[in-house]
Design a protein around this ligand. Structure first.
Ligand code: BV8
Ligand code: ZN
Length: 245
């Protein structure tokens, strides 16, 4: 059972605008690998950073497409965990709540969160790498990368690869929320990927109280006001109960 400092409980009871930034750690208890977890099976010899790039897709579109097809299948067969649902409860209790996620698995939507900013896209969506048209369905003939019905370009997952820019609107809304909130949660993220990792620092600079919930310390830990190290699927429901009963 986690002990929450009374001043944090007090702060959250009165808060009118709270932001939560989530990373792969929030989906770990749903059975999804985190980004830094060693990969297994077919993908054991690859690092995610080496596959989640335009260069990797250009070099070997089939390998990258199949890696995402595998992850899409796993994401679709996964369920939100208690951490996702605790964030839905938090949103219900706070007048203005913004959920900024680096995750592409769509589990926050499934759990019922409403105001979500997906900074890195969503693996369930597929678009043409040439004309950008979204594809509702596609045929993977004998493992070949499916092509766009409109221009015959190669289809790709609608996620942000390394060295690709984040969706401008989502990023601007995320910065705006981080700079105007009273409490900023950094949950289940190693805080290594930019520009998402800068949001906590921006929040702090603008006077927000920063709370980290993560399985282990991160480069952000020395700069937060409260740090709870453990599983988000355990800590978040306990926090929601302690504040809102
Ligand atoms: C960009 C989608 C402009 C794809 C992903 C400085 C400024 C700007 C850019 C850079 C910069 N320095 C470097 C860059 C480039 C790069 C970058 O940040 N590189 C890093 C590796 C240094 N950034 C970019 O390229 C970004 N684009 O900046 O555009 C630009 C343009 C041209 C040239 C340069 C720049 C794009 C970044 C987006 C990449 N796409 N995902 C896909 O998913 O396949 S990022 C990927 O990492 C995922 O989205 C993931 O969510 C994200 C972050 O990782 P985490 O979520 O933190 O996951 P991780 O495994 O690291 O950590 C999990 C944590 O959870 C751990 O700490 C663990 O302890 C904890 N945990 C585990 N279990 C639990 C738990 N916690 C609680 N409970 C548990 N049960
Ligand atoms: Zn096309």
């Amino acid at each position: 059972m986690t002990n929450f400092p009374p001043d944090l409980i007090q702060l959250l009871t009165k808060a009118t605008h709270v932001v939560a930034l989530t990373g792969a750690g929030v989906s770990q208890e749903s059975g999804l690998r985190t980004f830094r977890d060693a990969q297994s099976g077919l993908w054991a010899q690859y690092r995610p950073e080496d596959l989640a790039t335009p260069r990797a897709f250009a070099r070997d579109p089939k390998l990258v497409w199949n890696w995402y097809a595998h992850r899409r299948k796993v994401a679709k067969s996964s369920h939100p965990n208690a951490g996702h649902y605790a964030l839905v409860e938090m949103e219900r209790n706070i007048p203005e709540f913004t959920l900024i996620t680096q995750n592409v698995d769509g589990l926050h939507h499934v759990a019922g969160s409403k105001h979500i900013l997906e900074l890195h896209g969503n693996i369930l969506n597929v678009r043409c790498s040439q004309c950008g048209t979204f594809a509702d369905d596609w045929h993977e003939e004998a493992g070949n990368v499916p092509r766009c019905a409109k221009c015959n370009g190669l289809l790709r997952p609608d996620v942000v690869w390394f060295e690709e820019s984040l969706p401008r609107e989502q990023l601007e809304a995320a910065v705006q929320a981080a700079c105007t909130c009273q409490v900023f949660f950094s949950i289940g993220t190693s805080g290594l990927v930019q520009p998402a990792a800068s949001l906590a620092h921006a929040a702090r600079t603008e006077g927000a109280v920063v709370v980290e919930v993560n399985a282990e310390p991160t480069p952000l830990t020395p700069r937060v006001d409260f740090a709870f190290h453990g599983k988000s699927g355990e800590i978040l429901p306990e926090l929601v109960k302690a504040v809102w009963g």
